[in-house]
Design a protein around this ligand. Structure first.
Ligand code: NAP
Ligand code: COA
Length: 270
């Protein structure tokens, strides 16, 4: 840990923090000296993530807490937030990253399939942020949503996620306006394809799909957990104290549409 880290003694809650990108963010805040609480549905996954986080916090003397909660159920996530608040005190940073996804055409989704993803991603984001508001450090607290490129790009086989994540990004902009006078900032991160995650296992399950995905990234590679965590640290810090209502990609430029413009390769000397 950097001895001058501004996160020493700060409190961070990560909804959906038991794996992947969200656990990467939780680990980055823990390594920077913050007390960290995570919540997700599976107690087993929470316990595994807490053990990984404790391997970091044990050296720093900081706290780690884990809770089993479902963001679709307002009472369930409210209880986890209340317990974390009781254990740590007010939250300096709140990350809302729980999500669900599967690949299916709209005609291959039942009403319950569509609703399930909207419920986790969009209603879950509302439940997390709405119930966390009362516990945020004011002024100065930072709320961060983990959105997705589907919020901006219509994507076949992703009708549920596109609709849900577009809603999430509109939600955070409204909250930024309503909660700005309280001294709270609300921003959204849009990760590009992040290697080794459940999201990529589902969206690019074959070598061909992977190659196509990478070909759409101007920087020529998938992102890492650290790439996303660095942006979360920035948005959680005072370095971003005048940033709110922003929707920020960390995607190697993939949201620019690179590689899809004409369907032609660049000449070798371009
Ligand atoms: P992941 O490892 O599956 O992470 C999802 C997390 O959400 C898990 O910890 C899961 O734990 C939790 N979760 C799911 N449903 C929940 C619910 N109803 N209530 C509470 N927690 C719930 O996936 P990931 O790929 O790292 O994705 C993480 C975030 O990044 C998501 O918001 C995703 O949309 C976004 N994203 C990912 C990529 C990518 O390349 N992977 C790209 C763009 C955006 P439990 O199963 O224990 O509930
Ligand atoms: N194609 C079409 N429909 C599907 C589907 C698929 N591949 N996978 C699930 N569904 C449907 C189910 O059939 C069900 O609808 P039904 O009741 O009409 O049959 C509905 O979605 C809910 O499925 P269920 O398994 O009961 O939901 P769950 O709440 O247990 O799990 C999911 C939610 C489906 C999103 C599950 O994949 C999950 O837990 N994901 C979390 C991890 C994740 O997605 N990570 C990547 C994040 S980018």
């Amino acid at each position: 840990m950097n001895p001058t880290s501004e996160f020493q003694g700060k409190n961070v809650f990560v909804a959906g923090g038991s794996s992947g990108i969200n656990l990467g963010i939780a680990k980055a805040f823990a390594a920077a000296g913050a007390n960290v609480a995570i919540a997700s549905r599976s107690q087993e996954r929470v316990d595994g993530a807490v053990a990984e986080l404790k391997a970091i916090s044990a050296k720093l003397g900081t706290q780690v807490h884990g809770y089993s909660a479902d963001v679709r159920n307002a009472e369930s996530i409210a209880a986890a937030l209340a317990q974390a608040h009781g254990a740590m005190g007010d939250f300096d940073v709140l990350v809302s990253g729980a999500a669900g996804n599967f690949v299916a055409p709209a005609l291959g989704m039942s009403a319950n399939g569509f609703r399930t993803v909207v419920d986790i991603d969009l209603n879950g984001s509302f439940n997390v942020m709405r119930n966390a508001h009362q516990y945020m450090v004011r002024p100065g607290g930072s709320l961060i949503s983990i959105s997705a490129p589907q919020a901006m790009n219509p994507t076949m086989l992703q009708a549920h996620v596109c609709a849900a994540k577009a809603g999430v990004d509109m939600l955070i902009r409204v909250l930024a306006m309503e909660w700005g006078p309280d001294g709270l900032r609300v921003n959204s991160i849009i990760p590009g394809p992040i290697d080794g995650t459940e999201g990529i296992r589902r969206l690019a399950p074959t070598p061909e799909a992977r190659a196509m995905m990478i070909s759409s990234v101007p920087l020529g590679r998938m992102g890492t957990l650290d790439d996303v965590a660095e942006l979360a640290l920035f948005l959680g810090s005072s370095k971003s104290k005048y940033v709110t209502g922003a929707i920020i990609p960390v995607d190697g430029g993939s949201s620019l549409g690179g590689g899809r413009n004409l369907g032609l390769a660049l000449p070798a000397n371009a």
